[in-house]
Design a protein around this ligand. Structure first.
Ligand code: MRU
Length: 357
């Protein structure tokens, strides 16, 4: 195997009880597979972005929690649950912004509570089933987002995307890239532009890598070039992923997204956010209530450079995400349909829909 798309982003080896991931910090130069079973290693893998992207960290955390549950030694349910909650909360502390992490861990928690009268071995079996179901659902959800998003793409479109909301951020298809993969599959002539996405370069290292591996026409640009690209009329639609959608439709996504959305408004370009309903957080009223992860200054001053590129001791502003105000968003594409303003109504409808409705 040497095509990145042939690898699973996140996998559970049920024989050895290990979490199997691609180390995304090494891409595109090296494809290295990590096998993890210790709490600290799983926490680090999420925190250090070895596995990243909102849906993928949800799946990894669910599988990780299953693996850690297998290691619990307890003689009563209460003892088991105390240890389970410790492991759950520890993994939940690895990254704050993407709600899928918390969502997946709480799904695992509900399974334990629903099975509290059962034998420990039965609880463990139910946890394994749930973790695998979360992964399978993610694939189906991304495919459905792709089908809904495809209705917004026309032959000849130039499409801009930011960060990586691709297969590497999910279990297949991606969210923002799902309509792109389906458009390509259908033979539409599209041209994708990938923002490099400073400071961790997910656009350059991951999006450009996976889309070109799929044979899609993709062009890389620095983040400060998208305004000029839009002004030249090369962008007909923008598709991005997201990490948390507040109840009013404000969206947290990779830093730089709100700048792209603001430019899109200036140049009258539709700005679409692709969101599995697991990313919609109706308990968070607005974007102002979303916790934004702050990361190390080194990511800006030294990482990727042969030598330090900023004065020693300089203050650095390095939030990992920003909030795009809902009025800049043309539509939010979910697996249950396309939500439009007013989002406080339309998101509730999408989030509360059951599969097949
Ligand atoms: O910090 P990262 O790489 O986890 O950030 C990822 C993003 O912001 C993605 O756009 C988002 O998670 C959408 S995933 C389909």
């Amino acid at each position: 195997m040497n095509n990145i798309l042939d690898f699973e982003t996140v996998e559970l080896d049920s024989k050895s009880n290990e979490l199997v991931i691609i180390d995304q910090t090494l891409l595109p130069g090296r494809i290295e597979i990590l096998r993890l079973s210790e709490a600290k290693d799983i926490w680090d893998a999420i925190h250090e972005l070895k596995v990243r992207g909102a849906p993928a960290i949800g799946v990894a955390a669910a599988m990780g929690l299953y693996i850690l549950s297998c290691q619990i030694e307890a003689s009563t349910f209460e003892e088991f649950y105390t240890e389970f909650v410790k492991a759950r909360d520890y993994l939940d502390s690895s990254r704050p912004t993407a709600v899928n992490l918390h969502w997946a861990l709480m799904r695992m928690d509900s399974v334990v509570k629903a099975n509290m009268a059962k034998l420990p071995s039965e609880i463990i079996a139910a946890l394994r089933k749930e973790a695998l179901a979360i992964k399978e659902e993610d694939i189906a959800v991304c495919r459905a987002i792709g089908e809904n998003g495809l209705t917004l793409i026309k032959d000849g479109y130039g499409i801009l995307t930011h960060c990586n909301a691709g297969q590497l951020a999910t279990c297949k298809y991606g969210t923002a890239t799902a309509p792109i993969y389906l458009a390509h599959e259908k033979g539409l002539n599209i041209k994708v532009y990938a923002d490099e996405t400073r400071p961790l370069l997910q656009g350059a290292r991951l999006t450009a890598f996976e889309l070109s591996s799929a044979g899609i026409d993709v062009t890389l640009l620095c983040d400060n070039m998208s305004g000029s690209l839009m002004r030249e009329g090369k962008v007909h639609a923008i598709f991005v992923g997201c990490d948390r959608v507040a109840a009013n439709g404000d969206v947290a996504n990779k830093i730089g997204t709100s700048m792209v959305a603001t430019l899109a408004r200036r140049y009258n370009i539709p700005f679409y956010v692709c969101a599995p309903t697991s990313t919609i957080d109706l308990n968070t009223p607005t974007g102002a209530d979303i916790v934004i992860e702050q990361r190390s200054p080194d990511e800006v001053t030294t990482m990727w450079y042969r030598e330090r590129m900023a004065p020693e001791g300089i203050g650095v502003y390095n939030p990992a995400f920003d909030v795009t105000d809902n009025d800049l968003i043309t539509a939010i594409i979910t697996e249950h349909g396309i939500a439009r303003a007013p989002y406080s109504d339309s998101l509730k409808k999408c989030a509360n829909k059951k599969p097949g409705q």
